[in-house]
Each structure stands twice: as C-alpha cells, then as structure tokens.
Design a protein around this ligand. Structure first.
Ligand SMILES: [Ca+2]
Length: 257
C-alpha cells in the first residue's frame, strides 16, 4: 500500500527584491519521512499519471491551507501536459475548485524523454500563456531540455539545471554557457531561475551573471508543510556556512524531488 503523501515547499527568491519569495516549488514527501524517490518507486506505472495529478492537487490544497501569498510552482511531465484527464487541464480544474487563481501557478515542465510532439506542446504553452499561466522549462541545460526546445517552446520561465550551477564560480565554461542562456532568455523576456544554488560562491557568481531568481540550499531548504518566510531566509543566509550537502537527485524522482 502507498503511504500517505505530503508536500515540502522550497522558496524561489527574488534577490533584487529583498529576497522576497517569488514562488514556492512543491516537492513530494511521505508522511513518514519518505523521500520522493521512495514514494515514486512504490507507485505502479499504470497509476503514475493519476498519482502525478494528485500530487499537484495536494500541493494546491496545502499551499492554500498554509496561506501562500505568492506563486505556487508545480511539476508536470512533458508527456502529460496535454492529457485532458491528468494534465494541465486537470490541475486547472482542481485549482478552480480550490479557489486558487491560475495566474498564481507555475507549471514546471520536465523532459525525461525526447518530446514526441513538440509543436503540440508549443501550442499548449502558448494557450496557457494567453490565459495568464506561466509555463517554465525545468532542468534546462541537460538531457532533452536543450536550446532548440527553448526556441521552439518559448516558455515563460527557464530553470537552469543544478548540473550547470554546481561549482560555477570555479568553471569558466559553465559561466559562459549560463551567460549565453540568460541572454537568450532575456531576448524573449523570459526570466531565468538558478536552481540548486548551494554555496555563497555560486550565489555571487550567478548574481554577477545577472540572475535574480534563485532556489537552493544556500537560500532555504525545502520545509515540509511549511512556508519558510523571508525573514527566516535572511537569517539563515547570514548564519550558515556553505557548502551544503548535495541533493543526490535521480532522473526518476526529479519530477517531484
Ligand atoms: Ca522542478
């Protein structure tokens, strides 16, 4: 039997706006402390789409209960976006039912496999944007989330993969790639989020490269059923000594990790 689930919330802060939480990303956790990987491993493949949609509904419900005032960022796989029963539509129906404005949801699209119908996905993203919904491309810079997809899909936000961020302060190649991506995203007015920022040195380098939206252990760890508030974030950054442990993510769990 699957154990009951809960959500952890990790802020994405705007460092040019007093470290105000721009959004909180909802991350899957078990009620008994299980990781996202453990929970996902216990879900039969045939139930995965339904479970995925349930996670988004749970995230919205909890965000409302916790009084989240900014945006809520939820994960959705590229393959499921257009699925009427379990995709973007389903989550928008849930949001309406729960009294949560669609304009306060960010859909983080993850690509675990090549997108089979990229033009269809691009149309979906356009339609979502016309309704005031932000669609972000997650894990940009690795795997299938590449520059070609960025050009075709024209997301409303990009999230740079942790693999590009780690040690960026010591690696000129990473700096050059991230600089190019930030400039490309700016060209079509698409904000860039650096995720997995874990050290002060990475933070400073990313700031120098013009990134203002950041997420990661250096800013705040995910908190289960809790919203870390800006004052706590400031205090934490003042007192912590980087570096922090890595997230040890795997591909299967990256949807809700
Ligand atoms: Ca994500």
């Amino acid at each position: 039997m699957t154990s009951p689930i809960t959500m952890a919330f990790q802020p994405i802060v705007d460092i040019n706006d007093g470290w105000r939480p721009y959004a909180y990303e909802a991350l899957l956790r078990g009620q008994n402390g299980e990781s996202a990987s453990e929970i996902l491993a216990s879900i039969p493949a045939a139930d995965m789409l339904a479970f995925d949609a349930t996670c988004r509904r749970c995230a919205i419900e909890m965000a409302g209960f916790l009084g989240l005032k900014s945006r809520l960022s939820v994960n959705i796989s590229a393959e499921v976006v257009s699925n009427y029963r379990y995709g973007l539509h389903a989550t928008l129906r849930d949001a309406r039912e729960l009294g949560w404005s669609a304009s306060r949801i960010i859909f983080e699209i993850t690509e675990h496999a090549p997108i089979r119908k990229p033009n269809l996905l691009a149309r979906w993203i356009r339609a979502a944007r016309n309704r005031g919904i932000t669609v972000a491309l997650d894990d940009v810079g690795i795997g299938h989330a590449n520059l070609a997809n960025l050009l075709l899909l024209r997301p409303g936000m990009i999230k740079l993969a942790r693999e590009l961020i780690v040690g960026i302060d010591r690696d000129r190649s990473r700096q050059a790639i991230v600089k190019g991506m930030v400039e490309a995203a700016e060209a079509f007015r698409c904000p860039t989020v650096a995720e997995g920022v874990e050290t002060q040195q990475e933070f400073i380098q990313l700031n120098n490269l013009g990134i203002r939206l950041m997420q990661g252990y250096y800013i705040a760890r995910p908190a289960i059923a809790e919203l870390v508030v800006p004052q706590e974030i400031h205090a934490a950054v003042r007192t912590r000594t980087p570096p922090y442990p890595g997230t040890g993510r795997d591909r299967r769990a990256s949807l809700w990790l």
